[in-house]
Design a binder for this molecule. Structure first.
Ligand code: ADP
Ligand code: MG
Length: 269
């Protein structure tokens, strides 16, 4: 038992039964996050990043392995974590504040208006409470979904490629906002992305997964100082760290590409 650990994944494996047979999505994946850490997972599409997040959230069980959140084994959906997806998933017929209140209504709980006002202020959405989602930009909708997730005051925040659909400038802005919230609240964050510079910029530690089936590849401790600033992303040391992570992913991919090219050559006779 380690009280410092917010999250531990031990030997996570997952096989899906599909119409085309069984699909091995995760194989013996191990990952840890200490309380208050910012941890990212990067890896190519299909390497099981979302499957892992769903298992942590208790939404889709593993085939084998153990997920512990705050030293408690996950066996169903939990309320002490916040989930944020690529799509903001706001209800179009509800105002921004109506969307933030929605989870509280489902749980028959009262939202704390001061907490919500503070969060809206910190993401620059104060004054937009009565707007409908279609009246907000993509970035504003995603900020609203972050407020919705944080309004519950979860200790662990799981983000699945949350800014992937946004343009590069808005993504930078969102990353700074997320770091600002994280530095003030010290939530534990597990952030999934396929953008390597984004993972390096945000994280204390980056786990690289490789695909077919999804497995651990490398782990990088990111030693860039905090607080992080956008000017760091033009620093030679930043490029060096990003380069190391990229190299790890390309090394993994090279083996796969090599195999595929050989197979293609064989099939051509
Ligand atoms: P990532 O998020 O890294 O892109 P996913 O976790 O979505 O990867 O998917 C990992 C693998 O598992 C993929 O091959 C995907 O097609 C498969 N997969 C994911 N969810 C399901 C499901 N519900 N049923 C069958 N296969 C799935
Ligand atoms: Mg995914």
């Amino acid at each position: 038992m380690n009280p410092e650990l917010a999250l531990s994944i031990t030997s996570a494996s997952k096989t899906f039964d599909t119409a085309h047979g069984s699909l091995h999505a995760l194989d013996d994946v191990n990952l840890e996050a200490r309380r208050g850490e910012f941890v990212s997972i990067v890896g190519p599409s299909g390497c099981g990043k979302s499957t892992l997040l769903w298992a942590i959230a208790g939404l889709e069980p593993l085939s084998s392995g153990i997920v512990k959140v705050h030293d408690e084994e996950v066996s169903g959906t939990r309320r002490d974590l916040g989930l944020i997806f690529q799509d903001a998933n706001l209800l179009p017929w509800r105002t921004l504040i109506g969307n933030i209140h929605f989870p509280f209504e489902i749980m028959h709980k009262s939202p704390d208006p001061d907490v919500i006002a503070g969060l809206l202020e910190s993401v620059g959405l104060n004054g937009f409470e009565q707007h409908y989602p279609h009246e907000l930009s993509g970035g504003m909708q995603q900020r609203a979904s972050i407020v919705r997730a944080l309004a519950y005051d979860p200790e662990l925040l799981l983000l699945d490629e949350p800014f992937a659909a946004l343009d590069a400038f808005t993504r930078d802005e969102m990353n700074l906002m997320l770091l600002d919230i994280w530095e003030r609240t010290r939530k534990t964050v597990l952030f999934v992305t396929h953008q390597i510079p984004e993972a390096v910029f945000l994280s204390d530690r980056v786990y690289v997964l490789k695909p077919r089936p999804g497995r651990n590849s490398h782990v990088f401790e990111i030693d860039l100082p905090r607080p992080r600033t956008l000017s760091m992303t033009t620093d030679p040391h930043f490029f060096e760290v990003v380069g190391h992570v990229k190299q790890a992913i390309y090394d993994d991919a090279h083996l796969e590409f090599g195999k595929e090219r050989r197979l293609a050559a064989e099939s051509l006779g």
